[in-house]
Design a protein around this ligand. Structure first.
Ligand SMILES: Cc1cc2nc3c(=O)[nH]c(=O)nc-3n(C[C@H](O)[C@H](O)[C@H](O)COP(=O)(O)OP(=O)(O)OC[C@H]3O[C@@H](n4cnc5c(N)ncnc54)[C@H](O)[C@@H]3O)c2cc1C
Length: 337
């Protein structure tokens, strides 16, 4: 187990915010995690937070407590049939390396989720999604430890209550369970999912269906064109969630803005937050060292030495402008700390 005091989180958040936490603990297995939880329970005053790769976090100040990070690695096939495998993955495994490994081994389903930053544990918390696939469609079980007691508990897929970028671990069980392993059901046969936007031309250009490697490479190419590489420009990907508005509100909006993009969604009509932000004139603009990406208005960026407070301030201004012009509240996807 590694324990550091007064520790810099610069390497642990993709926004590249230079803050410190009072204590940083990386455990290597469930027993070390239990010991850590016991220690945290004894010191009830200081807050704690479990992070993964820090790609969905915005630190607005030094963190006044303990940051926990998993050191549980490993990939193991625990069930196999002619059609599929059940792959058990340690929470600390890098997400994109996992996708690459699965494509190489002929284990299919994750290709569309290529190049999403972060770790396997968080994939099950966040219900990551891209190009028409959400990871929940592949998750069979999530192994956790209960924070209060240190007991192991396995959540079956349906108990995870997955929704758009959310799960039970972000809602009623927030802060109550730590994910140690995720079990993914992956197919031995490849069924390309390429009906989504930019992936469509993979089927139109070729007579043969694409291979899993071709889909992965295409996703990587599109993402590199559209999104900043966190190694070069700090960001947390999509900063806001795409709002879902009522049919009547949408119709009123559409009469003023005939070309507004929209998609049917559970509970109403989904409108791309990036479009709303762009219409308010924010694309490519900056406020101090915080900016809006010139190619994707949904992505807020660190132009070099932004503080988390500067990025938070920019996000508030954007929310105000979108609310004033469209009467729509944008909710951050990113966790503010
Ligand atoms: C350039 C860029 C592009 C992105 N593109 C996408 C995209 O296409 N689709 C998408 O869905 N997301 C995208 N994201 C967002 C982000 O990558 C995902 O939300 C990712 O799952 C976060 O993983 P992480 O390991 O960095 O988690 P963190 O950001 O560290 O944490 C996220 C949440 O998970 C919790 N958590 C982390 N690990 C555990 C654990 N073991 N147990 C319990 N709770 C835990 C944290 O407390 C926090 O609430 C993008 C981000 C960036 C920077």
């Amino acid at each position: 187990m590694q324990i550091h005091s007064d520790y810099s989180l610069l390497r642990h958040n993709t926004f590249g915010i230079d803050v410190k936490c009072r204590q940083f603990v990386e455990y290597n297995d469930e027993n070390e995690l239990r010991k850590t939880l016991k220690m945290l329970k004894e010191n009830t005053e200081a807050p704690w937070l479990h992070i993964g790769g820090g790609s969905n976090l915005l630190f607005t100040k030094d963190y006044p407590g303990t940051i926990l990070h998993s050191g549980i690695y490993g990939k193991e096939i625990i069930e196999e049939s002619d059609e599929s495998v059940l792959l058990r993955v340690g929470a600390a495994e890098d997400w994109d390396k996992l996708v690459e490994w699965c494509v190489e081994k002929g284990l299919h389903g994750l290709e569309n989720l290529s190049l999403i930053p972060g770790e396997a544990g968080a994939s099950a918390v966040q219900n990551i999604g891209a190009y028409g696939v959400e990871v929940e469609s592949l998750i069979e079980k999530v192994e956790t430890l209960k924070v209060e007691t240190g007991e192991a508990r396995i959540f079956l897929h349906d108990e995870c209550e997955y929704g758009y970028r959310t799960s039970v671990f972000k809602q009623q069980h927030k802060g109550k369970f730590i994910v140690t392993h995720v079990q993914y059901r992956l197919s031995k046969q490849f069924f390309p999912q390429i009906s989504y936007g930019a992936l469509k031309d993979l089927s139109e250009k070729n007579d043969m269906p694409p291979t899993a490697a071709e889909v992965r490479n295409k996703v990587i190419r599109i993402r590199r064109e559209k999104l900043p590489d966190p190694a070069e420009i700090g960001s947390a990907g999509s900063f806001f969630m795409n709002p879902v508005i009522s049919e009547s509100q949408f119709q009123a909006l559409q009469s003023q803005n005939p070309d507004i993009p929209h998609y049917p969604a559970k509970g109403g009509i989904k409108v791309p937050a990036g479009w709303l932000i762009e219409q308010c004139g924010w694309k490519g603009k900056q406020l101090g060292q915080a900016g809006v990406h010139p190619r994707q208005a949904l992505v807020l960026i660190n132009l070099g030495h932004a503080t988390g407070a500067e990025i938070a301030q920019l996000s508030r201004k954007i929310q105000e402008d979108v609310a004033e012009r469209f009467n729509i509240t944008l909710h951050p996807e990113v966790l503010f700390l």
